[in-house]
Design a protein around this ligand. Structure first.
Ligand code: NCD
Length: 296
């Protein structure tokens, strides 16, 4: 199967993937995908998604092929379509990241090998959402009935769009905090509310006193038409250590990373900061995803 959007998964399947990642993480299970090849095709920068996909594949006994756009025939003018059709013959599963919304779905439509979306523009990032849900369940012991605050550039961040859908599926209470003009698309929120009866509040100032989980993301400067506009909002949404004194003692702070300046560095050492652990969960989670998409 392809995994392009979090909408591609039923709640039951998400639970299966999280349970499988849990067993992998505990050392009780190891998917055997020996003899298979993962190709990673990233048309946008990446640290965690690409490396953890490759690490996950290797830990499942697979081998990996990495396509690098800068040194490929794209530079001679070859199309995205022809590139994907070619790589289809060299690998058994493709993980693709692309700056254009819909590009990864298009790739999945033109080939028959499984395709996993590693992020398409401001649209979707389903494996990150699975990591986020996994992290919340690990740290809080549940996903239901939690107050989860999503804070940052909710207009452009694909991690946030995917996550709000996942949280709604599991009945979390969601608060959306974003600078004016960077709110999450209302049509998308209506879709999620209609499907799952999402209980959502919206705020335009940093506020997280009642949060069990505070999920932060950076201002997605590369998706702004005007880079100066990105700079002006960046400064307003920085979390400082002293701001956390009113927060719940067992607050969990998550972030898909990279963080730029939205979380003060000294917070890294606090017990609430769980984002590096979250990044490490990317390996067992993507091992579970590779097994899931390859057996279907
Ligand atoms: C995110 C992304 O690429 O969307 N990073 C990630 O995959 N962990 C977040 C971001 O770039 O802000």
């Amino acid at each position: 199967m392809d995994l392009i959007s979090i909408r591609d998964l039923e709640k039951k399947e998400i639970k299966e993937i999280l349970d499988s990642a849990e067993e992998i993480e505990a050392g009780k299970k190891k998917p055997d995908l020996h003899g298979k090849i993962l190709a990673t095709l990233f048309f946008e920068p990446s640290t965690r998604t690409k490396l953890s996909f490759q690490s996950a594949a290797m830990r499942c006994g697979m081998q990996t092929l990495d396509f690098s756009p800068e040194t490929s025939s794209l530079k001679k003018g070859e199309s995205f379509h022809d590139t994907i059709k070619t790589v289809e013959g060299y690998a058994d599963v493709l993980a693709i990241r692309h700056p254009k919304e819909g590009a990864v779905r298009l790739a999945a439509d033109v080939i028959s090998k499984p395709v996993v979306n590693g992020g398409d523009g401001g649209n979707q990032h389903p494996t990150q959402t699975l990591i986020d849900l996994f992290s919340i369940r690990k740290i809080k012991g549940k996903m239901e009935q939690l107050n989860v605050t999503l804070m940052g550039d909710l207009k452009h961040a694909r991690t946030m769009r995917s996550l709000v859908y996942g949280l709604a599926m599991f009945g979390s209470n969601v608060t959306l905090v974003s600078p004016k003009g960077l709110e999450m698309d209302s049509t998308y929120l209506e879709e999620v509310s209609k499907k799952f009866g999402l209980n959502v509040k919206m705020k335009d100032k940093p506020e997280y006193a009642d949060a069990d989980v505070l999920y932060v993301c950076r201002i997605q400067a590369e998706r702004f038409a005007d880079p100066y506009e990105a700079k002006s909002v960046q400064a307003k949404f920085m979390i400082k250590k002293e701001d956390l004194k009113d927060a719940k003692k067992d607050l969990a702070i998550l972030h898909p990373l990279p963080k730029i300046n939205e979380i003060e560095n000294s917070i890294d050492e606090m017990p609430q900061a769980q984002y590096f652990k979250q990044a490490h969960y990317g390996v067992p989670l993507r091992m579970a995803v590779l097994e899931h998409v390859m057996k279907r």
